[in-house]
Design a protein around this ligand. Structure first.
Ligand code: COA
Length: 258
């Protein structure tokens, strides 16, 4: 099986109308268990096939094996997704270089393409994933866990909980609902290009316009950004759903008016 996989490809025809018509997006994922050389810094093996010399240097600098695997998986997924939009062949996509801005936002550095795609990277549980798009984009995946309840007051208001409860079928647990909202807000924080990043309570859920939270029928959540500045639109919409025990949220700017 290929190391990097197209994710939810079959659903893009259903999703496309949620985005602005000019938007082109590609989503890829790398199961972390598929990274055989994840432990060994001295024999980077697979990592050196995908990383440039300076990326490899950075990868070697991470002390934790888990962090090395997530970082590598995210880089591989992002290169693959970006290359697809650039029309790069299978032979050349590994040569794309991913760098980060001072605040941590990743971007594709290339001298051969005038307008490389925007990218967004996320990792959680068993997966690293990346979204590439011709507009600024944000992706977040999040494995549900009890910890979300301990930070509840820091990211969700009673009004937002009401909107989510009314939008999702009762089969969704409270933990899953909260995790979906967390992921949606993280996707927005990655998407907007403001410094510093907006706080979780600054991004306010206004409404769900469609969907029931599955990949075939994702929620279409519209948020107020409360940062009507620096090119940040007053409202932002993301798609959000639960699949394979992960909450997924993604979007790109400009978002389509609901
Ligand atoms: C990065 C952040 C937005 C999301 O992280 P998370 O949900 O915990 O973790 P995820 O796995 O979903 O995402 C991590 C990825 O987000 C990306 N990322 C990091 N900072 C980012 C930013 N400012 N904007 C967009 N994407 C960012 C990175 O690609 C990172 O993966 P990598 O380090 O392996 O390349 C969150 O951790 C955060 O708020 N960090 C603080 C960033 C900040 O305020 N920086 C200012 C310093 S001046």
């Amino acid at each position: 099986m290929a190391l990097v996989q197209a994710i939810f490809e079959e659903y893009w025809p259903h999703w496309q109308h949620h985005f602005t018509p000019e938007a082109r997006l590609r989503l890829g994922g790398v199961p972390l268990a598929a990274l055989p050389a994840r432990a060994d810094i001295m024999q980077p093996g697979l990592a050196s096939e995908y990383l440039s010399p300076d990326e490899l240097e950075q990868w070697r600098g991470f002390n934790l094996e888990k962090r090395r695997a997530e970082w590598l998986g995210g880089r591989i997924a992002a290169k693959w997704a970006a290359a697809g939009l650039l029309g790069e062949t299978a032979m050349t996509w590994r040569n794309l270089v991913i760098r980060t801005e001072a605040g941590g936002r990743p971007y594709v550095a290339t001298e051969t393409h005038a307008a490389p795609p925007f990218i967004s990277i996320s990792h959680s549980g068993p997966l690293a994933a990346a979204l590439a798009a011709n507009f600024p984009c944000g992706l977040d995946i999040q494995e549900p866990g009890a910890k979300i309840h301990t930070v509840r007051d820091r990211f969700v208001s009673p009004e937002e909980e009401d909107i989510l409860s009314a939008s999702l079928p009762e089969s969704f647990t409270e933990t899953e609902r909260l995790t979906m909202l967390w992921a949606a807000k993280e996707a927005i924080r990655k998407m907007v290009r403001t410094t510093p990043l907006p706080g979780f309570l600054e991004i306010r859920l206004l409404a769900n316009h469609a969907g029931c939270g599955t990949q075939a029928d994702p929620l279409t959540l519209t948020f107020a950004s409360n940062r009507d500045q620096d090119g940040c639109p007053p409202t932002i919409t993301v798609l959000s759903f639960f699949a394979d025990n992960l909450a997924w949220a993604m979007g790109c700017l400009p978002t389509r008016k609901e």
